[in-house]
Design a protein. Structure first.
Lengths: 302, 254
């Protein structure tokens, strides 16, 4: 019990007739990075904002660092990055960060933090004139400046360019190395895979899978290649051992799953040769978190 | 690359430090905002100079003695009500109130900071307006402490009304509404036009407006015509209690 940074049990949150969070359980261990993955509308932000004390649960229990989320004693101990906004439009970046630092007993040096996140040239720029990525980085800076025990990051890299995304990832890794617990939501599978100790996939307000990235993607491997669209996969399947699977998704991209070994590779390439098919980008890969995610939450847009 | 010690060392700063920091940020924001300065300083100064110099007014004694108290009341209205309503409305709209709610600064601390910021701006306004009025030949009478008490009551009443508006309406509606109310109260509340200029039938209505109570109260003290303005103080106190209670009841943080 004591090692949980966040402990959510049987959480329910409804907005009118819509059930956003439907009997959800979530446990984030101290000192770990937990990624909450899910499609839009899955209930990620509702869950996080209940943990942050911004919203109240309809039922269920939520403990954050062993306390109720609205406990004022928690405020200095947790750092929060909202999905967007939260800063006065006319406030200058450096002034805003200095202001937030003044609310804490042992803050980081605002200037050092600006330097670290590449914002020192914009210290005097009003918030509304910062780019989206700069605004996100300022939000991240404000979340960590009070040296919290637990940090909530709601889609921290949404809309960031690659450099800024890497800066954010480095910060998350450093937080983890310093013993800070991190809970982040994201759409980016690679982000969850790279950064987190524990991944929780939620959909329609419920947890559909959780585990370490390795546990979720499993040992199973797959053979991928590109070729002209519309190959008859039933033919190749008949030549493969039972239990294998083949699919074309999207058109021209083929995935063969099963016991991926040299003989399977030979069978597939031999079949391609007899069909006169040239394959490109043939590779053997582990399943990615994205594959797991799409399997669990479906491919249809919503 | 700069190394940062991210190891946890959480703790809230002392309340006074948090409130001072937040109040300082709010004062800076007000003084930097051109539209706010128009309402808080430029319009009051123009009215003070214009109505003291030009022979529009038919009042007893020097015109500046009539206009200066009204303009001081307008200064309180502009900062405690209009400026605070607009600023808070947009803070609510942009999630600033929500974000501040996640810091160690409590809501009580935030309200203290907002009150302190309003008072600091009012003091600056009053200093500037008094200097301009003195330059125009103003000869104030009365007890400055009585004026200060009326200003405090007026500030409480207008802050309550401003926060009620900011906490219940959309930011754009607050922007429009707060400016409209400023203009209406400027025209109707005895700021530069005496209430006696309006028809007898609507005067009782005008006299229970908070701005009218403030202008009448401050004016009666500073022109030295009466004792303590009990009626004006009671009207302001009533507005303050009602408006602050309503704001506490209906203010929505998000």
């Amino acid at each position: 019990m004591e090692d949980a940074a966040v402990e959510v049990r049987d959480l329910v949150k409804r907005y009118g007739r819509v059930t956003a969070v439907d009997h959800l359980d979530l446990r984030c261990r101290r000192g770990e990075v937990t990624a909450v993955l899910g499609p839009n509308g899955a209930g990620k932000t509702s869950t996080i904002e209940i943990c942050e004390g911004f919203r109240t649960a309809d039922s269920g229990s939520v403990r954050v660092l062993g306390r109720a989320p609205d406990d004022p004693e928690l405020k200095p101990r947790i750092g929060i990055m909202l999905q967007s906004g939260g800063v006065p439009q006319a406030a200058r970046a450096g002034e805003w960060l200095r202001l937030v630092s003044r609310f804490h007993a042992h803050p980081l040096d605002p200037q050092a933090l600006l330097d670290r996140l590449g914002l020192s040239d914009h210290a005097r720029t009003p918030y509304r004139r910062l780019s989206g990525g700069q605004q996100q980085r300022l939000g991240l800076a404000a979340a960590v400046i009070g040296r919290p025990e637990l940090v909530f990051l709601d889609e921290p890299t949404a809309g960031l360019d690659p450099q800024a995304r890497h800066a954010c990832w480095d910060m998350v890794r450093e937080l983890r190395a310093a013993g800070v617990s991190v809970v982040l939501t994201t759409h980016h599978m690679d982000e969850a895979e790279k950064l987190s100790d524990h991944v929780v996939i939620i959909d329609r307000g419920r947890v559909v899978a959780e585990g370490s990235p390795a546990e979720l993607t499993g040992a199973e491997r797959q053979l991928r290649f590109r070729a002209r669209p519309g190959l008859n996969l039933d033919e190749v399947l008949s030549a493969l051992p039972p239990g294998s699977a083949a699919k074309e998704s999207p058109a021209g991209h083929y995935i063969i799953e099963g016991q991926v070994d040299p003989s399977l590779l030979a069978t597939v390439t031999a079949w391609c040769a007899t069909e006169g098919v040239t394959t490109e980008d043939l590779s053997i890969e582990r399943r990615t978190l994205e594959d797991v995610f799409l399997e669990l939450t479906g491919r249809e847009l919503r | 690359m700069t190394t940062l010690d991210l190891s946890p060392a959480p703790g809230a700063a002392p309340l006074a430090q948090m409130v001072l920091a937040q109040a300082g940020a709010e004062v800076r924001a007000t003084l930097r905002n051109g539209e706010q300065l128009l309402l808080t300083l430029i319009i009051p100064i123009l009215l003070l100079v214009g109505f003291s110099k030009a022979p529009f007014l038919d009042v007893e004694g020097p015109r500046v003695d009539f206009v200066a108290p009204g303009v001081l009341a307008l200064a309180v209205l502009s900062t405690a009500f209009t400026g605070q309503a607009i600023a808070t409305g947009f803070e609510r709209r942009y999630g600033v109130l929500k974000r501040l709610g996640a810091t160690p600064l409590s809501r009580t601390g935030l309200m203290l900071a907002k009150t302190a910021a309003v008072i600091v701006v009012e003091v600056l306004q009053i200093v500037v307006l008094v200097l301009v009025a003195l330059a125009l030949g103003w000869a104030p009478h009365g007890n400055p402490l009585t004026v200060a008490l009326l200003v405090v009551l007026g500030t409480a009443a207008f802050s309550g009304l401003g926060l009620l508006m900011a906490g219940t309406l959309r930011a754009e509606a607050t922007l429009a509404g707060a400016n409209l109310v400023y203009l209406l109260l400027l025209a109707l509340g005895g700021v530069v036009l005496p209430v006696s200029a309006f028809p007898e039938s609507i005067r009782p209505l005008l006299e229970i407006l908070p701005i009218t109570a403030l202008t009448d109260g401050v004016r009666s003290v500073l022109t030295g015509v009466g004792g303590f303005p009990v009626g004006a103080a009671l009207v302001l106190l009533s507005w303050a209690v009602l408006a602050l209670a309503a704001a506490a009841r209906w203010f929505r943080w998000e």
